[in-house]
Design a protein around this ligand. Structure first.
Ligand SMILES: *Cc1c(COP(=O)(O)O)cnc(C)c1O
Length: 375
């Protein structure tokens, strides 16, 4: 049925998702709540099914990158806490409040603009830039930083409920990176403690991403923002992850044609592959328009009847070719191909072949690829 309906599809295994969530929960300190990072359509998995499953599991916190994503989650999770990690245009302040969303506040300027547009108080967490260099309040020391934050507490249209920061290198085992992460951690808790001493005791403080949640959980964090590990990939492949995780997405396609080529025959655009002897070549109905990177041309492998087969020639927009000569079974058109997922070929491994990370692969699986929910 799938073979008829789909040329390329992503199977989303919600049991694997549940398994991964439970594994991370076990690693978290008792008082740290799980915040599921479901930005970018749940890292390409489909936010509706993912959020529904997480809600069933009692997950009550969701993080997204923008208001559109927040509303998409709100549509499924009516009572959950939804947190926008990134920028929301200040004109959207009334909607943020209307849908009971929590916004990250990155600067005094932004806070003022948000207040100008707000019709009722906007729930927010203060974002500190303790070393990521991306967004947030920056300053050389915790004392100055705390002083810079004080005007926020006089803004009537802000309801400040927390403070957070983001680690730049929590996934690295290198000594210098470990030290850097510790400094980032110390900085946020120093600011948090100073604010508390001044009478602004915030209910929430958070800094952990997936890597920190499993490598070095901090029991003072009220929330852990877990993304990549929940989807079964590593924050820093091939550095091992100390909890048992399973890939949630398995990307599949089918073979449309199988042929024999002979010495001297060329395959695909640019004639980058020329057969040196008789080979069996299968054409697969997936290409870069599906999010299967063209950079994998001549590098990647895909499973046919469980056997890893090399890509020959360039990956095209909607098709690519595999050398299936070494598959003992009789390969035929209509046969399923596993591109990556819960098998010998992971998104992390494929990513390592062309200088990227598993995150980019799963987020990049395009819109025309149907997500098939498996449980
Ligand atoms: C994406 C993101 C996360 C999740 O990171 P993972 O490495 O996927 O766990 C956490 N916090 C912020 C601010 C993010 O942008």
């Amino acid at each position: 049925m799938k073979k008829i309906l789909h040329r390329a599809w992503a199977e989303i295994n919600l049991n694997a998702l549940a398994h991964n969530v439970e594994e991370v929960r076990k690693a978290l300190p008792e008082k740290t709540e799980y915040m599921a990072v479901v930005k970018a359509n749940a890292y390409g998995h489909g936010d509706e099914a993912v959020c529904r499953k997480l809600s069933e599991m009692g997950v009550n916190w969701f993080a997204v990158s923008n208001l559109e994503e927040a509303l998409s989650v709100r549509h499924v999770c009516h009572d959950a806490e939804i947190f926008i990690l990134g920028y929301t245009p200040p004109e959207c302040a009334p909607d943020i409040a209307k849908y009971n969303i929590i916004q990250g506040i990155v600067s005094l300027e932004y806070a003022k603009e948000l207040c100008q547009y707000a019709e009722s108080p906007v729930r927010c967490h203060i974002k500190l830039d303790t070393g990521m260099g991306r967004i947030g309040f920056r300053s050389r020391d915790a004392l100055t930083c705390t002083e810079e934050l004080l005007p926020l507490f006089d803004m009537k249209m802000l309801s400040i409920e927390g403070i957070y920061t983001h680690f730049a290198a929590a996934d690295s085992p290198e000594e210098e990176d470990v030290l850097y992460t510790r400094q980032q951690e110390e900085r946020i808790f120093e600011v948090y403690d100073r604010l508390s001493d001044m009478g602004h005791k915030l209910p929430h403080v958070h800094c952990m991403n997936s890597a920190a949640s499993v490598y070095k959980p901090n029991e003072r964090c009220t929330l852990a923002r877990v993304g990549i590990i929940m989807y079964g990939l590593s924050p820093n492949y091939p550095v091992p992850v100390p909890v048992d995780i399973k890939p949630v997405m398995t990307f599949k396609s089918v073979i449309s044609q199988v042929k024999t080529v002979y010495a001297g025959d060329c395959i695909s655009y640019g004639r980058t592959y020329t057969a040196s002897e008789e080979r069996r070549i299968a054409t697969v109905t997936v290409g870069y328009a599906d999010g299967y990177a063209r950079l994998l041309s001549g590098k990647g492998k895909a499973l046919v009847h469980g056997v890893p087969c090399p890509i020959v020639g360039r990956v095209c927009m909607d098709q690519m070719m595999l050398d299936v000569t070494d598959v003992p079974a009789d390969v035929q058109s209509g046969d399923e191909v596993t591109l990556f997922g819960d098998c010998d070929i992971t998104a992390d491994w494929l990513a390592s072949l062309y200088g990227t990370i598993g995150y980019e692969i799963i987020c990049g699986i395009s819109k025309r690829v149907p997500r098939i929910i498996a449980e």
